[in-house]
Design a protein around this ligand. Structure first.
Ligand code: NOJ
Length: 778
């Protein structure tokens, strides 16, 4: 009876005029697209307060539990646990059919009928896989980033999912870190823009909408700065650097309305994020005013013991709840320890209530109290085949993928290729369906992915002859194969060709000899750029370089197509390939998108969102380094300046770099004024001209440099960009408004200030080649 009251109250508070279009009760409707307006914060608070007042301690603790489907317990037991009110949400189930009985247990059988929510790692697509985030960022087109997230939300919500553990917005400046692939690169501004666009895409107008997902921004915080790029390692960083460079993307995602935060696995200056009160309370709640739910990463509360800050599970649970971890992911410590911690008075009920309030608040914001089946719908309307072609969004994925490709080299206009003659497609990644999807490919099916070989065949039809040879295994090291396959021995991702490297190269050379042009796909298997996949080397693994060298020796035009989730050592291909295209992992439609570029049906426009170093010894090589007293001066190589004497100075490919099939020129910078008053603005403009023979897009990039400040400032910082399309021969004036906010930085007292004095405006088509003009902030 009381339960009925809870739902009745929910209905009276939630199903006001604003919710008039929502299904009126459980299991009545299929998910629709009707937008849902949010009721007032006061109504939400009253509803949650009432519910909390009627919950037992065990029910409250149950709400804090996030269960991994499949991994944590068998389904019958899970259903029992949910019905007993001991589960707040689950993750890893991806169909309405699977989720429905779980929601039945919560919303129909549990005492208070509090719905559970369903989450999943939907990072770059759900059933249709889009390019990895590093690729999406390479488009420098925020409508692409947003669209990828929007499509993912539409597909995932139609599978009964309510939330995603994304976007991943960790700044990564160390390509040894395998999770570089999951983020949007090295730059605070570009990653922040991507974070915002992504949250807007996932959540749509409201996370309550039936076709929206609640976004959990991750990994809070600084996970990308793990020492040495070794996954899960410590982070030790100055507050100034945190505030200036690493924290803005999380903040941007939250300011865009993300309802959740996932807490990082690493420690920060000696305190694990999971037990870090400063991080989760002072910064996140008090300073930033975050009002949503926090969730630990997988097993992270338990790991507090291994970090060596908790002597046992009891202490771990106490530290985490006190620090502000609302939900515990795949972790038993809250369930085991919190009851007694509360009863003994060691943890005040207030802490439990505030965590429960956030969990219920998130469910409320997802619209689940108004209708727990908002996204699950009713069984009669379940898709007959969840993988049906008709459920995919191939066009959107192809469009995003084309825009994510970065042309690194194009000697003698090797590209675009003519659709004629004999083309050999070679390489261990040329026909690798799993790899083209990249890691964290959600519910994407490898069988539906288009490989490079397929893409080339589809593009050419009968117009040209296509031949194929694998040429090499991804790696020749059995230990690496074993490592990459350890997750799923029944379905190994890396399947070795039993021939020797020499035999495979020999076959490839024979195939190449009978071709006019060679398209060679090399790089990493997707598992090499993943969680727990840090590397000590950035070289092409195994015999892939030897393959390229043997193919080069045939004298045939060599087009290198890279598939990788981090910057690689590309010295040899840079010097020797006739053309080189960075394709990251381009997703379900990857092969078609790459072929579009190779054959000129799309003119490439991507730009690198991360610096490519010359060697691993140059790391970190990010472009926006702090200034130093003895900088290396190009053209004046002298002793006692900052450099590695045994290597050429500077990156192999700078941040923001990428070619097109046309060429562009950029005029000098014109400023509307040489002074900026406090609170004022000025305008910087350049004229960009398409100096080539094809229409094409490029990205005009605005960098600012603070010439002298109270603390050391970066050599330059990206502050704006604009992607423009110019017809052959066309010129356009591109203007950027610069205001005082863009000049601000965190000073030694962590105050966000703009200091008077000189600034340089730099505008160019990559971070190295820029036009410059100065002004003074008064
Ligand atoms: C661990 C990963 O660090 C995190 O990114 C992911 O969301 C969770 N596992 C859940 O799969």
């Amino acid at each position: 009876m009381r339960m009925f009251c809870a739902l009745a109250l929910a209905a009276s508070l939630v199903v006001g005029p604003a919710f008039a279009d929502a299904p009126s009760g459980p299991n009545n409707g299929a998910p629709g697209n009707a937008p849902v307006a949010m009721p007032s914060p006061a109504a939400k608070q009253a509803f949650i307060d009432d519910l909390i007042a009627r919950m037992t301690l065990d029910e409250k603790i149950g709400q804090l539990r996030l269960i991994s489907i499949g991994a944590d317990m068998p389904q019958p037991m899970l259903i029992k646990e949910i019905a007993a009110g001991r589960v707040g949400g689950t993750f890893n189930s991806v169909t309405r059919e699977d989720n429905r009985p779980l929601q039945d247990a919560a919303a129909k059988q549990s005492r208070l009928k509090i719905p559970i929510f369903f989450a999943y790692d939907i990072v770059h697509g759900h059933r249709t896989v889009f390019p990895i985030s590093l690729g999406l960022a390479s488009s420098w087109d925020m409508s692409v980033v947003k669209q990828a997230a929007r499509v993912a939300a539409i597909e995932a919500s139609a599978d009964g999912l309510d939330a995603t553990f994304a976007p991943m917005v960790d700044i990564s400046r160390d390509p040894r870190w395998g999770r570089t692939s999951e983020g949007f690169g090295e730059d605070p501004y570009l990653v922040s823009q991507s974070a915002r666009a992504s949250v807007q895409g996932f959540q749509g107008a409201s996370p309550a909408n039936p076709d929206s997902l609640m976004a959990f921004v991750k990994h809070f915080a600084l996970y990308g700065a793990v020492e040495g790029g070794r996954d899960y390692n410590v982070v030790d960083m100055s507050l100034m650097r945190m505030y200036q460079d690493y924290l803005p993307p999380y903040r941007a995602g939250l300011d865009a309305g993300a309802g959740g935060v996932m807490i990082a696995l690493n420690s920060i200056n000696g305190t694990p994020a999971t037990s870090n009160k400063w991080l989760l309370r002072d910064l996140l709640r008090d300073e930033w005013g975050f009002k949503g739910v926090t969730v630990s990463d997988h097993g992270a509360i338990e790991e507090l013991m291994r970090h060596g800050v908790a002597k046992d599970g009891r202490e771990a649970a106490k530290l985490a709840i006190e620090a502000g971890v609302d939900m515990s992911m795949a972790d038993v410590q809250y369930l085991k320890q919190l009851p007694d911690l509360v009863k003994s008075g060691a943890v005040p009920m207030r802490d439990i209530d505030s965590a429960v309030r956030e969990v219920l608040g998130a469910k409320y914001d997802m619209g689940l109290f108004a209708d727990p089946y908002r996204r699950i719908g009713n069984a009669a309307q379940d898709p007959k085949d969840v993988n049906a072609e008709s459920r995919l969004h191939r066009e959107a994925a192809r469009d995003a993928a084309r825009k994510s490709l970065v042309l690194l080299e194009n000697r003698h206009d090797t590209l675009p290729l003519r659709k004629a003659g004999r083309i050999a497609v070679i390489g261990p990644l040329a026909d690798a369906k799993i790899d083209v999807m990249g890691s964290w490919s959600a519910a994407g099916k490898a069988s539906q992915a288009v490989t490079l070989l397929q893409g080339v065949r589809d593009a050419l039809g009968k117009q040209a002859q296509v031949s194929y040879a694998r040429g090499a295994n991804i790696t020749d090291d059995p230990r690496v194969v074993e490592y990459l396959n350890f997750l799923d021995w029944d379905n190994p991702e890396v399947v070795q060709d039993k021939r020797t490297p020499q035999q495979m190269i020999h076959e490839a050379v024979q195939v190449a000899r009978h071709a006019d042009t060679l398209i060679v796909a090399v790089g990493e298997s997707r598992g090499m750029s993943h969680e727990a996949s840090s590397r000590t080397s950035l070289s092409l693994p195994g015999s892939q370089l030897a393959l390229l060298q043997a193919l080069k020796a045939t004298g045939k035009p060599l087009v290198v197509v890279l598939m990788n989730g981090r910057p690689l050592d590309l010295n040899w291909p840079k010097a020797n390939a006739d053309a080189m295209l960075e394709t990251w992992y381009a997703g379900t439609e990857g092969g078609h998108a790459i072929a579009d570029v190779l054959f000129g049906d799309y003119n490439p426009s991507g730009k690198l969102p991360i610096t490519f170093p010359r060697s691993i010894g140059q790391i970190p090589a990010y472009y926006n380094q702090l200034r130093i007293g003895r900088p290396f001066t190009p053209g004046k190589p002298a002793n006692y300046t900052s450099q590695y004497f045994d290597a050429q100075y500077g990156p192999l490919y700078p941040f923001g770099y990428g070619l097109s099939y046309t060429t562009f020129s950029v005029s000098g910078v014109t400023l509307s004024s040489r002074t900026m008053a406090r609170g004022g603005t000025l305008e910087a403009s350049v004229t960009v001209r398409n100096t080539g023979k094809r229409d094409g897009e490029t990205v005009v990039q605005l960098y600012l440099q603070d010439v002298a400040a109270s603390v050391v400032r970066p050599v330059k910082e990206l502050k704006g960009f604009r992607k423009i399309l110019l017809k052959a021969g066309e010129s356009r004036e591109v203007r950027f408004a610069i205001d005082e906010d863009m000049l601000k930085f965190y000073n030694a007292q962590l105050k966000h200030v703009a200091e008077p004095g000189d600034f340089n405006v730099q505008i160019g088509l990559d971070s190295e080649h820029v036009q410059q003009q100065g002004f003074v902030l008064q």
